[in-house]
Design a protein around this ligand. Sequence first.
Ligand code: 5AD
Ligand code: FES
Length: 360
Amino acid sequence: MATKNELIEMLATSSPDAIENLRQHAYQIMKDHVGELVYYRGIIELSNICTLNCHYCGIRRSNTAAQRYELDDEQVIEAAIWCAKQGYGSIVIQSGERRNHAFTARITRLVLEIKRKSISEKLPNGLGITLSLGEQSPATYRQWFNAGAHRYLLRIESTNQALFAALHPPAQQLDQRLQALHDLRDEGYQVGTGVMIGLPGQTLEMLADDILFFRDSDIDMIGMGPFIPHAQTPMSTEALGNTLRSKEERLQLALNMIAATRIACPDINIASTTALQAIVPDGREQGLTYGANVTMPNLTPAEVRKDYTLYDGKPCLDESKTECRTCLLRRIQSTGRQVGFDQWGDSLHFAHRTKTQPPH
Ligand code: 5AD
Ligand code: FES
């Protein structure tokens, strides 16, 4: 089992030879434990209306320059069913955070409807549905689980108290986020979390602690990527000045973090995120070569994609979901990998910790 010091050493890797060794080591561990298939989660960005005010995020409540939108039911269901037809197997519904009843009840209806409509010969249990809708009450998590969602993503952003506090207004507390992750686990979800990498004030030691947290709290899935400043936030490039690491440093640190996480947690699912691609065009492919085994094609209708801008330079803003499909497949195949079509691609770690076979 990797120690904290070993993790810090992995994260600090900087010479080309050492980086290549780290990458190959992580890739081999991935191959041995979860195989080489890449699983898709088609992501539908339901709405950028958000009641929270995270300092780093472009859709934060106080950003009055953001053009707010909300997809209607037909748009969401159409995108989900398109996914099922393409063989994607799983979707993620993500949105700015809202806790009111109208919102939570709408999600329940959408999950039920998508499940019902996506059952087919190829997908006898329908689409795998992951939700990424922030902190909610246990009762809400239960309702959504009972409707058919079985995975949930809720990033911890940083496990370091001081750093978490620097990233969020006082009303948003690390303890609440930790409690929400516990609640999700209690409700039976496969639980995903993650952090931003290369934040001002973030040390390698803090990132190593984040990995130990993933391991010690038995996390099933990870999604993480480099921090990328958004101009209309308190953490813009301008405001951060020389506390911001260079793009190149943030990219390499994010890749090292993927590799170190794979080495520490061999049987989890790790996503290669869009934020990597926002730094360099082949960022997501690079993430896959460092041990990631999941990627999330964007299914949000092209008309509103530009409005779901969490950070500047988000790629694929003008592409339709059909264009993304062809492009992404080409990108994955360029790394010598195949896509696990028509499968949920559940986290093996979840199967191991619950001692059951994955449901699909
Ligand atoms: N840079 C990188 N990632 C970001 N996120 C939000 N804002 C940014 C940013 N400026 C990530 C957070 C959040 C996820 C949905 O997007 O980690 O949990
Ligand atoms: Fe969207 Fe390439 S992944 S256009």
